[in-house]
Write a protein that binds this ligand. Structure first.
Ligand code: ZN
Ligand code: FE
Ligand code: FE
Length: 172
């Protein structure tokens, strides 16, 4: 039995999926940061954690603006990406290689989100939900920036970054 019959319902479904995906990420990012050796990488993950918490709030606002109940729906896609990430953190020894793998996993998550937000924004535009478009475009831009930052860290050579990271024994 189909439960989604209109584009509005499809949009709400996507927002619930994203809401759950972002919440999963707020739980995963601290562990990823803890496993990072490179200080710049750790910083990038922690700063994206803060953005992600804001993104959760924006989705709540978006659902309220649409007069929908604020609730999530298990995001299997993000769960799969994070499951792979967890396996990787168990298997790879801390250091430059794990850092490279953390970037790879982080970028998978960002790309998933970029795809999902991009779709939602197109649909919201079609349905004239301008305030929701405005909100989620802020998030989409943060996801793109986070992805770019991770690319730069990968390109800058994680070895140099790893050396830098080992000198400090972590403040908050
Ligand atoms: Zn609508
Ligand atoms: Fe996000
Ligand atoms: Fe993100």
């Amino acid at each position: 039995m189909a439960e989604v019959g209109t584009l509005h319902e499809a949009l709400v479904d996507e927002l619930k999926d994203l809401y759950n995906a972002e919440k999963q990420l707020t739980k995963a990012l601290p562990k990823m940061a803890k496993n990072a050796t490179s200080a710049p990488l750790r910083q990038a993950l922690i700063s994206h954690l803060k953005e992600t918490q804001t993104q959760v709030r924006r989705l709540e606002q978006a659902m309220r603006l649409l007069d929908e109940k604020v609730e999530g729906k298990l995001c299997d896609g993000m769960q799969g990406i994070l499951k792979e990430g967890n396996k990787m953190m168990e298997e790879v020894e801390a250091g430059p290689v794990l850092d490279a793998c953390l970037i790879a996993g982080g970028q998978r998550a960002e790309h998933y989100e970029i795809g999902a937000y991009g779709t939602c924004i197109v649909w919201e535009k079609q349905m004239g939900h301008r305030e929701v478009v405005r909100l989620l475009t802020q998030t989409l831009n943060e996801e793109k920036a986070a992805d770019k930052k991770l690319s730069k860290l990968a390109e800058s050579g994680i070895n140099a970054a790893a050396d830098f990271g080992m000198e400090e024994e972590e403040e908050e």
